[in-house]
Unconditional design. Structure first.
Length: 292
């Protein structure tokens, strides 16, 4: 039953996106959270913390405590490509788990803002479903101090599913921008993608993961392949590594937690440009599940 339900959801998403034409736009994927990016972004089948908002909202239901996170990075080390975000997750006893996030990218001349409302629900038998409702806006400043080239906004919808195949093996799928959003009157859709992922936990404290990221322009060919690994050396320190093919690079990072505080760091190499450093700081507020 678990496998059948998950396969039905996956087949629908693959069929839906296979009928969409090539699309381009702003709000390209930049990577969110030092923990998943330390694993090269291979997190669709893991999605067990606040980072599920960005990688697979179905995983929000796996979060059993209130979590908040802030992240900052500069793409390729450039100040004008500063990217930061804040997010939080609150589980409830009866109506699932909810998340909220705000992110900003760019500089004063070009800026992208995104607000995400997320929800994750258990469907029973180890099947989870989640969605993101996103408000995305862009502002481009003109040549003079008081002029603008324009501003526009769009509403986006992501959906995700997660299945516990066994106690050690998990499958996940996420469809980004399912509703084909467009900024203002632009004829171009924002980036749409399907992520399919799997995670395997051979031993306690060890996680291996594999993701296929499929752009809608080439859903049956040329997937982005990402693989990641995480090992907990003790209850306070974790190491991570990953590789991906587009661009061809390696990633690495670590996590350190103390009491309710957690710090994560990731480094992303690049074959031609400068490397990228990501820093995340999060709070884990114990078993603070809200009453319905």
């Amino acid at each position: 039953m678990v496998r059948k339900t998950f396969l039905v959801i996956s087949a629908f998403l693959l069929f839906y996106f296979s009928t969409i034409l090539l699309s381009y736009g702003a709000f390209e994927e930049k990577g969110a959270g030092a923990r998943p990016m330390g694993m090269a972004g291979a997190f669709t089948g893991v999605a067990d913390d606040v980072n599920a908002i960005y990688c697979n909202p179905a995983g929000l239901e796996l979060v059993k405590e209130v979590e908040t996170m802030g992240m900052t990075t500069r793409l390729f080390g450039l100040k004008d490509l500063t990217y930061y975000l804040f997010g939080g997750v609150v589980p409830t006893k009866k109506i699932g788990t909810f998340g909220l996030s705000y992110s900003q990218f760019g500089c004063s001349e070009y800026r992208e803002n995104q607000t995400i409302f997320s929800s994750g629900q258990s469907l029973g038998s180890g099947i989870y479903f989640g969605f993101n409702m996103k408000i995305m806006s862009i502002k481009i400043k003109g040549a003079s101090a008081n002029s603008e080239y324009g501003r526009a906004s769009a509403f986006g919808l992501d959906v995700g599913a997660l299945a516990d195949i066994s106690s050690k093996f998990r499958l996940g799928i996420m469809a980004m921008n399912l509703n084909s959003p467009r900024l203002g009157s632009s004829p171009e859709n924002l980036a749409q993608k399907i992520r399919v992922g799997a995670s395997f936990q051979p031993l306690s404290g060890y996680i291996t993961s594999l993701d296929l990221h499929l752009p809608v322009s080439s859903i049956m060919v040329d997937p982005e392949i990402r693989a990641g690994f995480e090992v907990s050396l003790n209850r306070n320190f974790t190491l991570r590594a990953g590789v991906e093919n587009d661009p061809a690079r390696f990633t690495g990072g670590f996590g350190f937690c103390w009491n309710i505080f957690k710090f994560d760091y990731a480094f992303l190499s690049h074959p031609f440009l400068n490397g990228q450093h990501l820093f995340s700081f999060s709070l884990h507020l114990g078993n603070q599940t809200m009453q319905n």
